[in-house]
Design a protein around this ligand. Structure first.
Ligand SMILES: [Zn+2]
Length: 425
C-alpha cells in the first residue's frame, strides 16, 4: 500500500484487523439479543450507550468531539491547514428492530479505525478529517437532514420509533430542535463525504466482487392506487356481470412488472402492500388499494415509468368499468455520486488488488442527503446472501477490512491530489 500523506512514516503499517473485530464485537454487544440480532433504535438507551462509546473512544484518542443541534456527533482530527474544508466520513449507529451488526456501524468503525491509524502512525492529513455519527438514520433521518437543512419545520412531521416527540428525542441525545438550523452545513463547509457501508444486496456477491463503488443513490416515487368496483355476492353474480376491483387491480399489477422491465434495465417497481374491501371469501371485492414503489438512478426513468403506469390505470379503468384513482405519496430525487470520487476510490480499490465494480445503491443512506450539498461517494462491501436488517446480516472481517483500506487510501488520495482543485458534485 502507498500512503501518499504519510509524511512522517517510513514503513507504512496496515490497519489493525484485531481492533476492527474488537470494535465490531463492542458495538454489537450494545442492544444484542441471544440470536445475534442488534436492536438499537434511534434515541433509545442502547443508541445513547453506543454514541457515548464512540465519543469516549475518539476523545481518548485526542479528537475534538461535539454534538450539533441535529444530534449528529462530529469528531474532528486536525490537518496541516485547519482553514481548509474537511474530508468527512461516517455513517449511523442506530439500527432497525432486530437488525444486524454491520448496517451503519461498519462505516462508523471505519472512521474510528482510520483515526487510530493516523494517530498511531503520526500521520497528519493536509485537510482536517471529521468522523460523523448521523442521528436516527433508520427512522426520521433527522441527523443527515438537519445537516443539509432539507427538513420539515413542523415537528409533528417526524414519526419517531418511540412515543416521544422529536423535540424530546433530540434533547435526549444532545441535540436541540429550537436551534436545529445551526446544524446546517453548506458545500463550502465540506470538501468531500465518503461512507463505507454493507451492500444490503447481492450484486457484489453474485459478481464475485470484493468492493463496489456507488455511482449514485436511486430516487424513489411512491404512489397509492385505489380501484373501486362493486362489492357483490360471490355466488349469485354471474361472471359476465361483475365489477371486480381486485381483478382490475391485478391487471394493473401485471402491467407494472412489464413497464419496469421495459422502461430501463435498472428500473424497479414494486407493489408491496394491497388492501381489499370487504376482504371476505364470499364477496366480490368492491375496493382494492395498493402502493407502487418505483426506483431508479435516473429521474427521467422514474418519470417515464410513472407516466406509463398512469396511462395503464386509465386504460384498465376504461376496459373494466372500475374507477381507478392515483394518489402521490412522496418523491425522493436521486443523488449522484461525485464522478471524481468514484474514479479515485475505484482506482485505489484496484490498486489494492480488489475486484471492484460500480453500482447504484437502491437503498437510502445518510449519503443520499449529504450528497446533495457536497461531493459524495459510497464504498460497498458484500453482504452474505444479500441479507440485511436481520440477525443474518454478515460481512467477514476480511471484507470489512478491505472496505476500510479502500476508504483510507481514497482519503489519502483526495487529500493529496485535490488540495488546490475542486471536486464537483
Ligand atoms: Zn445503513
Amino acid at each position: 500500500m502507498s500512503y501518499s500523506a504519510g509524511l512522517n512514516v517510513l514503513e507504512p503499517q496496515v490497519i489493525n484487523r484485531e481492533r476492527i473485530q474488537e470494535l465490531i464485537n463492542s458495538f454489537s454487544s450494545i442492544g444484542a439479543s441471544e440470536n445475534g440480532s442488534v436492536s438499537r433504535r434511534g434515541f433509545s438507551d442502547e443508541d445513547i450507550y453506543a454514541r457515548n462509546f464512540f465519543m469516549k473512544t475518539l476523545k481518548d484518542l485526542g479528537l475534538k468531539i461535539r454534538i450539533d443541534t441535529a444530534g449528529n456527533i462530529i469528531a474532528r482530527l486536525d490537518g496541516h491547514d485547519n482553514n481548509l474544508p474537511p474530508i468527512v466520513t461516517g455513517s449511523h449507529l442506530d439500527t432497525v428492530p432486530k437488525g444486524g451488526k454491520y448496517d451503519g456501524t461498519l462505516g462508523v468503525i471505519a472512521g474510528i479505525e482510520i483515526a487510530f491509524f493516523l494517530q498511531e502512525n503520526d500521520i497528519k492529513l493536509n485537510r482536517p478529517l471529521e468522523i460523523i455519527v448521523f442521528a436516527d438514520e433508520e427512522s426520521t433521518m433527522i441527523g443527515c437532514k438537519g445537516f443539509t437543512g432539507n427538513l420539515s419545520v413542523n415537528e409533528e412531521d417526524f414519526i419517531t420509533s418511540n412515543s416521544r416527540s422529536i423535540i424530546e428525542n433530540l434533547s435526549r441525545i444532545g441535540g436541540n430542535w429550537l436551534e436545529i438550523k445551526s446544524a446546517v452545513r453548506s458545500k463550502k463547509d465540506i470538501f468531500a463525504f465518503l461512507e463505507l457501508h454493507v451492500e444490503q444486496g447481492k450484486v457484489l456477491e453474485d459478481g464475485g466482487l470484493d468492493i463496489g463503488i456507488v455511482n449514485g443513490i436511486v430516487g424513489q416515487k411512491r404512489i397509492t392506487v385505489k380501484v373501486t368496483g362493486q362489492a357483490n355476492h360471490a355466488g349469485t353474480t354471474p361472471m359476465s356481470n361483475r365489477n371486480d376491483a381486485l381483478l382490475a387491480a391485478s391487471k394493473i399489477i401485471v402491467g407494472i412488472e412489464q413497464i419496469a422491465k421495459t422502461t430501463s434495465e435498472s428500473a424497479v417497481a414494486t407493489v408491496g402492500k394491497l388492501k381489499l374491501h370487504p376482504n371476505a371469501a364470499n364477496v366480490i371485492p368492491g375496493e382494492a388499494v395498493f402502493t407502487i414503489d418505483m426506483r431508479d438512478l435516473d429521474e427521467d426513468v422514474i418519470g417515464k415509468m410513472s407516466l406509463r403506469i398512469e396511462n395503464l390505470c386509465s386504460e384498465i379503468q376504461e376496459v373494466t368499468g372500475c374507477v381507478v384513482q392515483i394518489e402521490p405519496q412522496f418523491e425522493v430525487i436521486p443523488t449522484k455520486s461525485c464522478p471524481k470520487l468514484v474514479s479515485s476510490s475505484f482506482h485505489e480499490s484496484e490498486k489494492l488488488g480488489f475486484k471492484t465494480g460500480i453500482l447504484p445503491s437502491k437503498a437510502s443512506h445518510d449519503s443520499q442527503e449529504i450528497g446533495r450539498i457536497c461531493p459524495m461517494v459510497m464504498i460497498f462491501v458484500p453482504s452474505r446472501n444479500g441479507l440485511s436488517h436481520s440477525y443474518k446480516e454478515y460481512t467477514s472481517l476480511d471484507q470489512c477490512a478491505n472496505g476500510i483500506e479502500v476508504l483510507l487510501n481514497t482519503i489519502f488520495s483526495i487529500d493529496k491530489n485535490f488540495l488546490d482543485k475542486p471536486l464537483l458534485i
